[in-house]
Design a protein around this ligand. Structure first.
Ligand code: IFM
Length: 457
């Protein structure tokens, strides 16, 4: 029987982000971002590291371009560091900062690869955080201005833009639980930041489009919520989790309203002032601002109730044999489910903007890295996408997370997501077996993985 392949027009790419790979934190006039300050707090990063050097992509991008070419990437999505191009957060752009991205984009194009830019992958300039960050409404205009300046300079060559990557993590884990930068623990601020991120997305989209025919998207982390047991309490908890984490964003972006069942929670956590942070006309601005939806998918989420008295023994559990180094379950079937579920919002186009796995396979005595679990993981997720496409979902492409091993936020350098190994002492790069396999997928468009086959050129 003939193999079912992904469509000819399906785009294969890889992704990265500024904090995670660039390094050069103090070079070229860049000022600190919220992550530079956050990393200096004791005990927040597992290995007590920081992103000052990361994979030194800032200095080694030319070498990295050749690696992208070798993988035969069709598309490469990277994020711009706001504090590198606008060291004061606002005002005049830095020539040195802009030059870096100019050179990077020219290099990407020279390799025949399509550059995609993310404007905000969690690294707000510290100067902007000191003015109130995403909790301050003014930030939405400053973000739109930053978008406009980038589009004016780079928009002749970059046509696909992502405003925010995973705004939920930025808002909630950054401002409410304090797990991520800037590390604040104010639940009300978490809701305000989420609203401002959404508003700023739409304003930035407008600013980008004013510079030419750009396609603008936003990446949401999508994870089907599965009740831990068949108890009503676990079902209620899963519904609420889905509402807070996902429907809050999806309903706002596609319907122009926040989900009714979550509003009481937002109010309760917003204190006596309630939802005063939503102004008349905001929801209309947020609605229908996407040309495409980016889906970051890693795993499903099993949700337990916190109502202890009614807690039942979980029937949904994770098979520990199939978890990645990040403790995430390998569950590609839930990607198909998630994509089918998104159909209710009728997104114009969907791109899988992040998918990949942390596995620590290291070079053997001959320098080979046999990370077969990563190839198998990607292969199974591509198959899950193909199934969704067969059922009518408009998925147009896929970005592996990530191109290079890098700084994995609070996990430091211990979790390796890259197709390419980085030795963080010497900055040597080594092609993993998964990079060889992925390059053949792109060449042949056959996403099957056979662990007994040697895919190295
Ligand atoms: O590497 C991160 C990325 O920066 C944000 N989404 C999750 C990825 C894997 O942890």
């Amino acid at each position: 029987m003939a193999k079912r392949l992904l469509p000819e027009s399906f785009l294969f790419g890889a992704t990265s982000s500024a904090v995670q790979i660039e390094g050069g934190a103090e070079e070229g006039g860049r000022t600190p971002s919220i992550w530079d300050k956050f990393c200096s707090k004791p005990s927040v990063i597992a290995d007590a590291s920081n992103a000052e050097d990361a994979a030194d992509h800032y200095n080694r991008y030319a070498e990295d371009l050749l690696l992208m070419k070798r993988i035969r990437l069709q598309s490469y999505n990277f994020s711009v560091s706001w504090s590198r191009v606008l060291p004061s957060g606002i005002g005049t752009t830095s020539d040195r900062g802009m030059d870096f991205y100019d050179r990077l984009i020219d290099g990407i194009l020279e390799q025949g690869i399509d550059p995609w830019i993310t404007l905000n992958h969690w690294d707000l300039p510290l100067v902007m955080e000191d003015r109130g960050g995403w909790v301050k409404r003014d930030n939405i205009w400053h973000f739109a201005d930053y978008a406009q300046k980038l589009a004016a300079r780079l928009g002749d060559r970059v046509k696909n833009w992502i405003t925010h990557n995973d705004p939920r993590s930025q808002a909630y884990r950054g401002y409410a639980t304090g797990e991520l930068a800037p590390g604040e623990q104010k639940p009300r601020d978490g809701w305000i930041a989420s609203h401002h991120l959404l508003l700023s997305h739409s304003l930035a989209a407008e600013a980008l489009r004013s510079e030419g025919p750009m396609k603008v998207g936003l990446n949401l982390k999508i994870s089907p919520a599965v009740p831990a047991s068949d108890s009503d309490a676990d079902h209620r908890a899963a519904r609420e989790w889905d509402g807070r984490e996902q429907r809050w964003y999806l309903d706002a972006l596609f319907k122009g309203e926040y989900p009714e069942d979550i509003i009481p929670l937002a109010k309760a956590e917003s204190g006596t002032l309630g939802l005063d942070w939503i102004q008349r006309g905001d929801m209309k601005i947020i609605r229908d601002s996407l040309d495409f939806l980016g889906v970051n998918y890693y795993a499903r989420t099993i949700v337990h109730t916190t109502e202890k008295l009614v807690r039942k023994r979980a029937t949904e559990t994770i098979d520990r044999k199939y978890i990645t180094d990040s403790g995430l379950e390998v569950a590609p079937e839930y990607l198909t489910e998630a994509l089918l579920n998104l159909q209710q919002y009728a997104p114009k186009e969907i791109f899988i903007s992040e998918n990949g796995a942390a596995y620590g396979d290291a070079p053997n005595e001959f320098g080979r890295i046999s990370d077969h679990r990563r190839s198998a993981y990607i292969s199974r997720h591509l198959e899950a996408i193909r199934e969704a496409i067969d059922k009518g979902v408009n998925v147009k492409g896929y970005f592996v997370r990530s191109l290079l091993d890098g700084f994995e936020w609070t996990e430091g350098y211990g979790k390796r997501y890259g197709l390419i190994w980085v030795d963080f002492e010497t900055q040597e790069r080594i092609f993993k077996d998964s990079a060889h396999w992925y390059s053949q997928v792109i060449d042949t468009r056959d996403h099957e993985f056979d662990p007994s086959f040697d895919y190295r050129e």
